[in-house]
Design a protein around this ligand. Structure first.
Ligand code: ASP
Length: 463
C-alpha cells in the first residue's frame, strides 16, 4: 500500500496543527510522501502566508517598504519552530530572504511559504526534506514537464523511507522557480500519486469531505461518503469547492482514488472519490446539490426550425464572436435556449440579441436574467424511476417555479433553472425531499431493526 498524503494550509497553520499531522503520519507507514501547503489561516481573521507573500511582491512592484510585512511572516514561522523546539534556523534563513528580496523573482518569493513550511515539517516529522524545485519540472512556457517530473519522482521514491515535499511550486530545468495555480498544492500531491501509481491520494483539509449541500443554505448537511469523478466535476463546477479542480486529472487517468479527510477530525470517514462506486442497497439517490446564481438565458423561437438547418450553429457562433462561453443549451422542437453566465454578457447582450434578430430572423427572442442554476447530481438517479417526478412535484408544491430543465447526456445530473430569489428555497426543498427524508427513513429502519429485528424473523422493517 502506498499513499500520497497532502496537507492544506489550514492543516499547517500553527504548531498545534503540526502536532495533529504527526499523529496522522505516525499512524500509517504507507504514507510515503507528505506534501504540504504554506501555513494558512489560524482563524477567520488571520492571513495565509501565501497571501502575505503575494502582498510582499505587490509592495515591491510599487516600491513600498515591505520590511514590516516580512517581519510578520517571519514571526509566523518562528512561532511554529519555537513552540515545537525545532533546530532549523528559520529566523536566519528568513532574514537572508528579506535582505536579498529585490534579487528574487516574484515566484521564488511566493514559493518560500511552502518551502519553509516544508522544512519545518520535515524536521518535526523526522523525515528528509525534498525540494519541489528538484522534482516538479516545468517547461519554459509554464506547462508541466510530466516526463522529467516522472523520472525525478521515481529517483526519489527508490530511496528508502518517507519524505516531505512542499507543494505548489517546481522549477524549470535551469532552476527557475515556477508556481502552479492558487491552491495548487492539491495538484502537486496528485502528480506524485500519478507518477508513483499510488494506491490512494489523501488530501487532508479542515472539512470532513464534501457535503451534500452548501452549509450556508442547508443547516448541517450530511457529508458525501462516496462520489465518482464525474459527479465531483459537476458539483465543483457549480460551486462545491474543497479540492482544486485540476488535481483530479492526473490521478483519474491512473484510476487512483482520492480521499478527502479532516486533519481536525481524523476519525471522520471523509469523502472517497473514485471512477466508479459499488452499487449497494444503501446508496443514496442523490449524491449532492450545488448551484450558482446570476445566469442568463436567451430563448430563440422560430416556427419550423426543426426543418431548417443551421439555426443553432449560427446562434452559437454569434456568442462565440463575442467571446462568451456557453453553459447549457436546452432545446425544444422549434426553439432552443442558450444559457450563459450573466457577468460574461453584461456589456454585450443587446448586441448579441440584435445579431440574432438579424442573422436568424426568429419569431421570438426572449432574455431571462437573474436565473439561478441548481445541479442535482446523483449517479443512481438514472436507474430509478420517478426521481424527476418527485423533484418537480416537491418544488411545485412549495411554490418554486422551474424556468428551465436540462440533463447531461450521462444522466448523472438534472439541472434546474429558477429565479435567483427562489434559489435558497429550492435547494432546501430538494435537500429535504431527497437527502433529509431518505436519511430519516434509513434511521427509522435501522432503529426498527435494532428494536424488533430479532423478534421479526422475516427481517421486515417497521416504519
Ligand atoms: N499556498 C498556495 C495557495 O494559498 C497553494 C496551496 O495552498 O495549495 O494558493
Amino acid at each position: 500500500m502506498l499513499k500520497i498524503t497532502k496537507f492544506g494550509g489550514s492543516s499547517t497553520a500553527d504548531a498545534g496543527q503540526f502536532r495533529k499531522i504527526k499523529d496522522i503520519i505516525s499512524a500509517d507507514p504507507s504514507r510515503k510522501f507528505v506534501v504540504v501547503s504554506a501555513a494558512g489561516k489560524r482563524n477567520s481573521q488571520d492571513n495565509k502566508v501565501t497571501d502575505l507573500l503575494y502582498l510582499v511582491n505587490a509592495h515591491r512592484t510599487y516600491h513600498v517598504d515591505c520590511t514590516p510585512l516580512l517581519g510578520d511572516i517571519k514571526a509566523r514561522f518562528v512561532e511554529i519552530a519555537d513552540e515545537l523546539g525545532l533546530a532549523y534556523p528559520i529566523a536566519e534563513k528568513f532574514d537572508e530572504l528579506a535582505e536579498h528580496i529585490e534579487e528574487y523573482t516574484p515566484e521564488f518569493v511566493v514559493s518560500r511559504g511552502e518551502y519553509f513550511t516544508g522544512q519545518l515539517m520535515a524536521e518535526w516529522l523526522g523525515l528528509p526534506f525534498v525540494d519541489a524545485a528538484d522534482v516538479v519540472v516545468f517547461h519554459h512556457d509554464g506547462n508541466l514537464d510530466m516526463e522529467r517530473t516522472n523520472d525525478r519522482v521515481q529517483d526519489v521514491a527508490t530511496r528508502e523511507g518517507r519524505f516531505v515535499m512542499p507543494g505548489f511550486y517546481g522549477a524549470t530545468v535551469d532552476g527557475e522557480i515556477r508556481l502552479l495555480d492558487r491552491g495548487g498544492g492539491d495538484i502537486s500531491g496528485s502528480i506524485l500519486a500519478r507518477c508513483l501509481s499510488a494506491d490512494l491520494y489523501e488530501n487532508w483539509t479542515d472539512v470532513s469531505g464534501f457535503l451534500t449541500a452548501d452549509p450556508r443554505i442547508v443547516h448541517k448537511p450530511l457529508p458525501i461518503h462516496r462520489i465518482t469523478f464525474d459527479e465531483l466535476r459537476e458539483l465543483s463546477y457549480m460551486g462545491a469547492n474543497v479540492l482544486h479542480e485540476e488535481a483530479i486529472f492526473p490521478v483519474r487517468e491512473a484510476n487512483i482514488p482520492i480521499a478527502i479527510k479532516n486533519t481536525n477530525r481524523p476519525g471522520d470517514s471523509g469523502t472517497i472519490i473514485r471512477e466508479t462506486t459499488e452499487e449497494g442497497e444503501d446508496e443514496p439517490i442523490i449524491t449532492g446539490i450545488a448551484g450558482r446564481k446570476d445566469f442568463l438565458a436567451v430563448h430563440v423561437k422560430k416556427n419550423h426550425m426543426s426543418t431548417k438547418v443551421g439555426c443553432l450553429r449560427k446562434t452559437l457562433s454569434i456568442f462565440e464572436r463575442y467571446g462568451v462561453s456557453i453553459e447549457h443549451v436546452p432545446t425544444g422542437i422549434d426553439s432552443f435556449g442558450i444559457v450563459v453566465n450573466g457577468e460574461d454578457v453584461k456589456n454585450s447582450i443587446y448586441s448579441i440579441v440584435a445579431d440574432i434578430q438579424r442573422e436568424i430572423e426568429p419569431d421570438e427572442v426572449k432574455v431571462i436574467d437573474q436565473l439561478a442554476l441548481i445541479s442535482v447530481v446523483g449517479r443512481n438517479m438514472a436507474r430509478r424511476a420517478g426521481v424527476s417526478g418527485r423533484l418537480f412535484s416537491s418544488l411545485g408544491s412549495r411554490g418554486v417555479s422551474v424556468r428551465m430543465i436540462t440533463q447531461s447526456s450521462q444522466e448523472i445530473n438534472i439541472i434546474l433553472g429558477v429565479n435567483n430569489d427562489d434559489f435558497n428555497r429550492a435547494v432546501k426543498v430538494i435537500y429535504d425531499e431527497f437527502v433529509a427524508k431518505e436519511q430519516a427513513a434509513k434511521e427509522a429502519s435501522r432503529l426498527n431493526q435494532e428494536r424488533f429485528g430479532k423478534a421479526n424473523p422475516e427481517g421486515k422493517v417497521f416504519s
